[in-house]
Ligand binder design. Structure first.
Ligand SMILES: *[C@@H]1O[C@H](CO)[C@@H](O)[C@H](O)[C@H]1NC(C)=O
Ligand SMILES: *[C@@H]1O[C@H](CO)[C@@H](O)[C@H](O)[C@H]1NC(C)=O
Ligand SMILES: *[C@@H]1O[C@H](CO)[C@@H](O)[C@H](O)[C@H]1NC(C)=O
Ligand SMILES: *[C@@H]1O[C@H](CO)[C@@H](O)[C@H](O)[C@H]1NC(C)=O
Ligand SMILES: *[C@@H]1O[C@H](CO)[C@@H](O)[C@H](O)[C@H]1NC(C)=O
Ligand SMILES: *[C@@H]1O[C@H](CO)[C@@H](O)[C@H](O)[C@H]1NC(C)=O
Ligand SMILES: *[C@@H]1O[C@H](CO)[C@@H](O)[C@H](O)[C@H]1NC(C)=O
Ligand SMILES: [Cu+2]
Length: 586
């Protein structure tokens, strides 16, 4: 009896050992030319001469190694979105948060033990490079999947721009865009093309992994003639939940099980409608109804399409995780009010609690590791990284108040969080008990949550992962506009847990970035020379009043050009034209 138990245990051990592998990807990051929507060829960022970049495919227990060779003419870095990176914050990827970016011509190796399973993605986390193509699926298979299925497909949804991100970003953040209108994409893509096809065999069950890799666009996903059951959100297995359609905001992932039909007499359209509310203007040539095809037979006709503009209400907070997490009262509650406004540099920027995020001179992780017992003092990280220092194993609740007319998907690095509450308007703990939907018993957990305009969401997480973790809006434009805070989790434990690979320091040196001391690169609390951001204008101005004021100031300089601007204030191309005219005039 004893002997047989022992040999069983040995067998199990052998099985685990056999499965755990080191999976290496060599990624030579270069520019390539591509024309994914068939409308416009342009330079994009690809890998090994390819665009779209190949999916990463690993198994729970593996170690993922990505050897990056940076052959583009700007620094870069990679973030594996949704991975906990326990004790491994140095490989999380956002530049100036957990690393100096990889200089042009340099190499860097990300070594990532895989502790989760499910659907993730990997993307550039420097200067919005993912919008230019540096983004792809990262699929992690479980050693024993919770649900059985015959086949799987990854369906990556993305918006696509014809202009390079850096050019659009300059226009977006310029004083000529006081209303903060985001550039509107030219196309929506499924798997980086406009005619994606997925072959189905009658009777089989498919797992579709849907990933929203957008910079801005939000999609509504549904399939003609098929039922869907949600089984995963952001890597968390969920009790089967039937849906007709569901929204996927930037950076979120869903897996659905879809049972193929019994016959192959028709093919069906798969829909990913772009939500028009996300865009300030809808150019007439923009096709919002993005589609792909479920192909049963190359020769079968297409079934009539059930295109819709009515989507069922959907509250992801009510999805039930298969493995419950403890219900705990929070040790601290942090309200964060998200607002866009014209700041005192006259550009439209985003703030959380009146602070717009500005990168520090020293990456925040290095500050945490080199400032000794001052690392628990938020001041060393500089006001404009918006540092929030939290203690080891605390339960932290964040109330995200979206005080903006737009919808925003918020992402926390290094964690999944529980979605415990959703309600309209703003909520402050001093107001009394939480209003609206509230359930802290096994609530849905995920790493990215949509907070609709003028609503709030309460999220809760366990601070069990010492490190520096960015919390930000995943609309790339809004991150660049400063909608971010930095969680400094258990700084006193970081020096004993986190070891920095020497290659980090080489890259800092090559780029002239200081790699120790406070946010300004100084000792102690002397923050002279720290990067500072613009601040809100004095209280009495309303947002509209400020926009009008800025127009007045601009028109004093520009005369005629402002008239054009007034006519088409949302149009980034016009604003670029205005900017160009100004340069020529001066
Ligand atoms: C990376 O790709 C570029 C462009 O295709 C090529 O010139 C270069 O040799 C590649 N480098 C490596 C190390 O593969
Ligand atoms: C991913 O890896 C698994 C396990 O090694 C393999 O069975 C599967 O075919 C791979 N999928 C793709 C798309 O490469
Ligand atoms: C980067 O890695 C490639 C491939 O291993 C190698 O050929 C090249 O010399 C390395 N470059 C640097 C700067 O280390
Ligand atoms: C796989 O998981 C299922 C359900 O979670 C369980 O019943 C089964 O025993 C597991 N199989 C193995 C080989 O671990
Ligand atoms: C992707 O996310 C963006 C931004 O939230 C959203 O507008 C878009 O609808 C999402 N796409 C899908 C297919 O859900
Ligand atoms: C809260 O969620 C749990 C788990 O999904 C569920 O069993 C319970 O009924 C919910 N309670 C309320 C009040 O909705
Ligand atoms: C912080 O560290 C310094 C130098 O290591 C030491 O002199 C000082 O007493 C410490 N302060 C506290 C409050 O622990
Ligand atoms: Cu946003």
């Amino acid at each position: 009896m004893l002997a047989s138990i022992k040999s069983l245990a040995l067998l199990a051990l052998a099985a685990t050992a056999a499965q755990a592998a080191i999976v290496t990807y060599d990624w030579n990051i270069t520019y390539v030319n591509a024309n994914p929507d068939g409308l416009h060829e342009r330079r994009v960022i690809g890998v090994n001469g390819q665009f779209p970049i190949p999916a990463i495919n690993v198994t729970l227990g593996d170690t993922l190694v990505i050897n990056v060779i940076n052959q583009i003419d700007q620094p870069t870095s990679l973030h594996s979105h949704g991975l906990f990176q326990t004790g491994n914050a140095q490989f999380d990827g956002p530049s100036m948060v957990t690393q100096c970016p990889i200089p042009p011509g340099a190499n860097f190796t990300y070594t990532i033990p895989i502790e989760q399973h499910g659907t993730y993605w990997i993307h550039g986390h420097t200067r919005g490079q993912y919008v230019d193509g540096l983004r792809g699926p990262l699929i992690i298979h479980n050693t024993n999947e919770t649900y059985k299925y015959d086949e799987e497909y990854t369906i990556a949804l993305a918006d696509w721009y014809h202009t390079e991100h850096e050019i659009m970003l300059e226009q977006y953040l310029s004083i000529f865009n006081p209303s903060g209108a985001e550039p509107v994409p030219e196309s929506g893509l499924i798997n980086q093309k406009t005619d994606a096809k997925f072959n189905f065999v009658p009777g089989k069950t498919y797992r579709l992994r849907i990933i929203n890799m957008s910079a801005l666009a939000m999609f509504h996903f549904y399939i003609d003639g098929h039922e869907m059951e949600i089984i995963e959100i952001d890597g968390i297995d969920i009790e089967r939940t039937k849906v007709t359609s569901f929204p996927v905001t930037a950076a979120q992932r869903y897996s659905v099980l879809v049972k193929a039909r019994d016959d192959a007499t028709q093919n069906f359209i798969l829909h990913a409608d772009m939500e028009p509310d996300m865009f300030d203007v809808i150019p007439p040539e923009l096709e919002l109804k993005v589609t792909g095809t479920i192909v049963y037979s190359e020769t079968a006709p297409l079934a009539p399409s059930g295109v819709t503009d009515e989507y069922d209400p959907f509250n992801d907070a009510t999805l039930v995780p298969v493995i419950p997490e403890a219900t705990q009262l929070p040790d601290q509650v942090i309200p964060l009010n998200a607002v866009f406004s014209v700041l005192n540099d006259y550009s439209n920027k985003a703030t959380f609690n009146d602070i717009t995020y500005v990168m520090p001179k020293v990456p925040t992780l290095y500050t945490a590791l080199t400032t000794g017992n001052l690392s628990s003092n938020p001041e060393v990280y500089g006001k404009y990284t918006h540092p929030l220092v939290i203690k080891h194993n605390e339960w932290v609740e964040i109330i995200i108040n979206n005080d903006d007319p737009g919808n925003h998907p918020f992402h926390l690095h290094g964690h999944v969080f529980q979605i415990v509450g959703r309600s309209t308007g703003k909520y402050n703990p001093a107001d009394g008990p939480y209003p609206g939907y509230y359930n802290s018993t096994n609530p849905a957990r995920r790493d990215t949550v949509l907070v609709p305009s003028e609503e709030n969401v309460a999220i809760r997480f366990h601070a069990n992962n010492p490190g520096v973790w960015l919390f930000h809006c995943h609309i790339e434009w809004h991150l660049q506009a400063g909608l971010a805070t930095t969680f400094i989790e258990a700084p006193e434990l970081m020096p004993s847990i986190l070891k920095i690979d020497p290659s980090h320091i080489e890259h800092c040196k090559a780029l002239g970035i200081p790699y120790s001391g406070n946010a300004a690169g100084n000792e102690g609390l002397n923050l002279d020379g720290a990067n500072v951001g613009p601040d809100p204008l004095p209280g009495t101005f309303t947002a509209k009043g400020i926009v009008a004021l800025v127009f007045t100031i601009i028109s004093a300089f520009l005369g005629l050009a402002t008239v054009i601007w007034y006519a088409r204030e949302d149009d980034a191309h016009i604003s670029a034209q205005v900017a160009k005219n100004t340069e020529e005039e001066h």
